[in-house]
Each structure stands twice: as structure tokens, then as C-alpha cells.
Design a protein around this ligand. Structure first.
Ligand SMILES: C[S@@+](CC[C@H](N)C(=O)[O-])C[C@H]1O[C@@H](n2cnc3c(N)ncnc32)[C@H](O)[C@@H]1O
Length: 283
């Protein structure tokens, strides 16, 4: 999965699509997933609603959007949302965050719980799992990582834990041997995460913009939350709401990691910038 909808979509019959439909599609996406589409992604909107109207045999885009708006529990919402999400990610992306996590975890004696809340196809939660495993002894300190995303197909791929050799390159040879099985035959050129590492991660779908009461967390609080490169797609009000809800799930002195271009200083009282896009719950 990638930024597949950033390409132009000249092949589609724009004449059939009214500006009203485009505005409705953008409003539905914002209301459902918090994602604010910039004007330059207009072609993506045209393409997606044209394709989905055809795929669902709804006929015209207006009828498709009306059905979406009224059927709030329809599985079609997954398809619609997934068509706009950008799943770009990598193993050990922004390496300084993993060094910070290592320093934070070292010497811990109590159980550790980490939430990766925009986990995409799994590279980020597995990087957290490797860091956890190498920092605190498994036998003495139980650890669990919850990995969620609004895009359930990305989460299915994450759960499968199969990657090309090119994707796992940032992991390095030693970790590749330790944590991945190499594919053979039809799977040559691919690797699969070993069960020892996979067992540290629980996967599920969760929409950060939905009511936090519905997040699949039971009553958990987290030592650290990774919320990287997702808040940037939301407007300010949604960013604030999501950060407040994440803050409420953080243990005192717990950390929130955000993406490299994201700055949320002073957005939530009690959440202090520790440096380099890492925030701490102060108190
Ligand atoms: C650019 S990727 C970032 C992946 C990873 N966090 C990283 O930094 O490498 C953004 C991810 O956010 C997810 N996302 C978008 N809106 C979301 C929402 N409302 N709730 C949860 N995840 C969302 C997308 O599906 C996508 O997988």
C-alpha cells in the first residue's frame, strides 16, 4: 500500500461528478476518520467515488454517497476510508525515537504496555517490539504492544507480518536473523516475523476520531504511545481532541511520540515537550 491516490486520474469521467458530491465525500471522510483532504487531492476524490460507486453497483456517485451517509455501520466505510489513507511507513523510521524509547525502558521492573495507534502495515509496532525485547528481559518484565489503525486492511497485513527483503533492510542483518524467517520457494525474497516477536503485539482496528470509549483498550493505561505521522491529516480541533484522549490513557511520566514535522506544544495542559517530537505526561 502506498500513496496510490496521488497520481492524476484523468481517465475518469469528471463530468458526471458534481462539486457537491466532491464536497460531500470530503465531509464524510472528515466526519468518519478526521482526515482533511487538501484541494490538490481533488482527483483522488473523483477517482475513489467513481470506482466505489461502480464497485458497489450504486450507479451514480450521488447515490453511493447517500448510501454511505445513511449506513454508518456498512463495511463499505472500510473501503472508502482505506482508499484515502496514506500508509507510508518503515522499520525504525526516525531512529532517534527508538533510542529514546530504549533509554526510557532500560532498567524497568514493572510490566510495560505500549500503544501504537496508527500502526499501518506493522513496521512501527514490530520496531517497538524489537526495542522492547532488547532492552528489558522477557522473563522478568512482561511487555505488550497494542497496534491499531483505522485501515483494517493495513492491520491485516501487519498481523500477517510478511515483508519484502527491501522493506526490512533498515532492520540490519543481526535482527533479520533473530526476528524473521526467510521465505523459500514461492516466498523467496520475503521474510515473516517470528512468533516470538509477533506474540508481543496485539492487533486491532481503531479509529482515533471515534468515541474513545469504543477504542479496543479495555481499561488500559500505557507507558508510551506512538502516534506518528497521523495527526498531521487532522484539523486543529481534532488534533486537540485526539491528544487529550491519548493523554488520558498515559501513565504519569509516560511518553507520546509524534511525527517529525508535528509540533503540539501547549495543546494539552500537563503534556510537556521533552525534545525531538517526544512529549511526557508531567504528573
Ligand atoms: C503515514 S501512516 C503513518 C504510519 C506510522 N505511524 C509511521 O509513522 O510510520 C498514517 C496512518 O494513519 C492511519 N490513520 C489515518 N486516519 C486514522 C484514524 N482516524 N485513526 C487511526 N488511524 C488513522 C492510516 O490508515 C495510516 O496507516
Amino acid at each position: 500500500m502506498s500513496e496510490i491516490f496521488d497520481v492524476a486520474a484523468n481517465a475518469y469521467e469528471r463530468a458526471d461528478i458534481s462539486e457537491d458530491d466532491i464536497a460531500r465525500a470530503k465531509a464524510l471522510l472528515k466526519a468518519h476518520a478526521g482526515i482533511v483532504l487538501p484541494d490538490h487531492r481533488r482527483d483522488a476524490v473523483v477517482r475513489v467515488i467513481t470506482q466505489r460507486a461502480r464497485a458497489t453497483a450504486r450507479g451514480d456517485t450521488g447515490s453511493y454517497l447517500s448510501a454511505l451517509a445513511t449506513q454508518t455501520q456498512s463495511p463499505e466505510w472500510d473501503e472508502f476510508t482505506a482508499a484515502f489513507t496514506i500508509n507510508h511507513t518503515a522499520f525504525f523510521r526516525e531512529a532517534h525515537h527508538f533510542r529514546k524509547l530504549e533509554a526510557f525502558l532500560r532498567g524497568r521492573r514493572s510490566p510495560i504496555s505500549i500503544w501504537c495507534c496508527a500502526a499501518s502495515t506493522g513496521e512501527e509496532p514490530y520496531s517497538i517490539a524489537m526495542t522492547l525485547r532488547e532492552t528489558v528481559p522477557a522473563a522478568a518484565v512482561p511487555g505488550v504492544i497494542l497496534a491499531t489503525d483505522v485501515d483494517s486492511r493495513a492491520i491485516d497485513a501487519a498481523r500477517a507480518g510478511v515483508y519484502t527483503l527491501a522493506r526490512v533492510e533498515p532492520v540490519g542483518d543481526a535482527r533479520l536473523k533473530k526476528y524473521f524467517h526467510r521465505g523459500r520457494g514461492a516466498q523467496a525474497g520475503r521474510v515473516r516475523v517470528k512468533p516470538e516477536l509477533a506474540s508481543l503485539v496485539e492487533f486491532g482496528a481503531a479509529n482515533l476520531c471515534a468515541d474513545p470509549a469504543g477504542w479496543p483498550l479495555a481499561a488500559r493505561e500505557f507507558d508510551a504511545i506512538f502516534c506518528r505521522n497521523v495527526l498531521i491529516y487532522f484539523d486543529h480541533a481534532t488534533q486537540r481532541r485526539v491528544l487529550q484522549a491519548l493523554f488520558a490513557r498515559l501513565k504519569p511520566q509516560g511518553l507520546i511520540f509524534v511525527g517529525h514535522s508535528e509540533n503540539f506544544s501547549q495543546i494539552v495542559p500537563g503534556l510537556k515537550l521533552l525534545g525531538q517530537t517526544v512529549y511526557v505526561r508531567d504528573g
